[in-house]
Design a binder for this molecule. Sequence first.
Ligand code: NAI
Length: 385
Amino acid sequence: MKHTVYWIEGDGIGPEIWKVTRPVLDAAMKAATNGEHEIEWVELLAGEKAMRECGTPLPQATLDTLSKASVAIKGPLGTPVGGGIRSLNVALRQTFDLYACIRPVSWFEGIITPVKHPERVNMVIFRENTEDVYAGIEYAAGTPEAEKLGDFLRSEFGAAIRAGSAIGIKPMSEAGSKRLVRRAIRYAIDNGLPSVTLVHKGNIMKFTEGGFRAWGYEVAREEFGDITIPEKEATPENSKGKIVIKDRIADAMFQEALLRPEQYSVLALPNLNGDYISDALAAQVGGLGMAPGVNMSDELAIFEATHGTAPTAAGKDIANPGSLMLSGALMLQHMGFAEAARKVQNAILAAVADKTVTPDLAAEMENAQAVSCTQFGEILLKKII
Ligand code: NAI
């Protein structure tokens, strides 16, 4: 049986990491399903390749296909210089309302990290992708827009805004917050995870971030009341088999992530907090090089390597394909092929344990042997049985 996956090669190191990733994902599917299921890869153009072939970085044909698709995976896309598009990644997120950015973070044994116990970190981050101060509603200091908005807020609401200020708006809605938390709770249920933590700055930003917290608890109570319990009401007896809903103020969460990471499992966060914690947690387990990710709406999931195009590494066969492969594993899991996903993850774990890794990882390990991107792919293929 064939399962269609749309793929975007990406710029910079994109072609190199794809060349080794596809055979690994195909081999894992074959091994896990005795050859009964396979991926039918359909390429979509975006970025520099699309520019070369169609004269635009994001062709309409790509958008049309994605609007009917359910699963896609992409390499990194550079930001076009001088084009009309701010960022292709942002354009994809906005066009398809990919409201949840999901990033699992855990440690690969052998990778040197800045903390003593990276093995205690095993979290899945759900970051809201469409609202908050990242909505792009911002006016530069001294512009007529900023002056007009400042005047309005001062005269109508008595807001204390210094003259000549730049002004940004932070919209956060009940619907936007609830759909993100709903997805985080569903993930915890599907994967048998013990808790979902709402991370917010509701102590200061009471209606936006505080709203996120309140709406999060509301969706847990109203839609998952039988399977969740708020931390405040939880006892060892009444929380058995239930998902504990916690909340933490964002600054405290950064401390918790370092001091007591084992107490946290799924995190649900508004856009800005989510952005910060994604990189902080990735650093805690050894960097972004091996971090998988996906941006999702209710219809479409676009899995992606979380790093950029690494222009200085491009064309040298030294790039680390781990992030794209692990995103591929996440995709296989999402498509219902958990065993195939595990095979990819285990092969990478084994290669790291053997200390045969690409130069970026070898530099972070003791006595490791640096291998090329191509060799790394060949090593993984041998480990998938
Ligand atoms: P970057 O992630 O490309 O590079 C940062 C550093 O990490 C560089 O030293 C690079 O060589 C190294 N690196 C990254 N991925 C690697 C890999 N797989 N193997 C080995 N080394 C790796 O970030 P940078 O330089 O800020 O961005 C370059 C371009 O990528 C920009 O045009 C940016 O807009 C784009 N970008 C795209 C993203 C996406 O498509 N999701 C995400 C981040 C940046």
